[in-house]
Design a protein around this ligand. Structure first.
Ligand code: AR6
Length: 169
């Protein structure tokens, strides 16, 4: 049984077995959550990301997939990097966003993580409407079989927190 919880705040301040990063395919960092995770987690994370780019993901990590690295100086054992889709009004990319949550939980299960903290993937730079992103996130986690005991959504602002709270009911 997986418990879904909500927290408002900075995901880099969370204590969890795994912290999910809203990365991009390059795995080499960026703004938003990604920038914050690399800043606070320190260079060990980027080092492992570079090694992944030189081996398993020469062409980058595809959208909707997930891969784990060390969490460096964060209060976690692993960072799970996932690549959300850029929102498109003309094309339904919901399945790719759902895949980010499913794949991250699959990686978490492989690692044996019991608590996993997620940001609202794709809702920043990638412009996914918050209400819809919250629905996809919550529905997908509820419908995924996993040994993870707690999935914690860590929302940066009131608007995001309230959108996820409405979905949790
Ligand atoms: N903790 C929790 N949530 C945060 C934090 C934080 N420290 N910082 C931002 N958010 P984004 P994306 C929220 O843009 O849309 C990067 O450059 C933010 O308010 O981080 O998936 C990557 O390298 C928003 O609700 O990720 C990619 O190029 C949510 O986290 C691209 O952005 C996601 O915003 C990925 O874009």
């Amino acid at each position: 049984m997986t418990t879904l919880t909500l927290v408002q705040g900075d995901i880099t301040r969370q204590s969890a077995d795994a912290i999910v990063n809203a990365a991009n395919s390059s795995l080499l960092g960026g703004g938003g959550v990604d920038g914050a995770i690399h800043r606070r987690g320190g260079p060990a994370i980027l080092e492992e990301c570079r090694a992944l780019r030189a081996s398993r993901y020469r062409n980058g990590l595809p959208t909707g997939r997930a891969v784990a690295t060390t969490a460096g100086a964060l209060d976690a054992r692993w960072v799970i990097h996932t690549v959300g889709p850029v929102y498109s009004a003309g094309e339904d990319r919901s399945e790719l966003l759902a895949s980010c949550y499913r794949e991250s939980l699959r990686v978490a299960d492989e690692l044996g993580a019991r608590t996993v903290a997620f940001p609202a993937v794709s809702t920043g730079v990638y412009r996914w409407p918050m209400e819809d992103a919250a629905r996809i996130a919550v529905e997908t986690v509820r419908n995924t079989a996993t040994a993870v005991e707690e999935v914690r959504f860590v929302l940066f602002d009131d608007r995001a927190y309230e959108a996820f709270a409405r979905q949790l009911g």
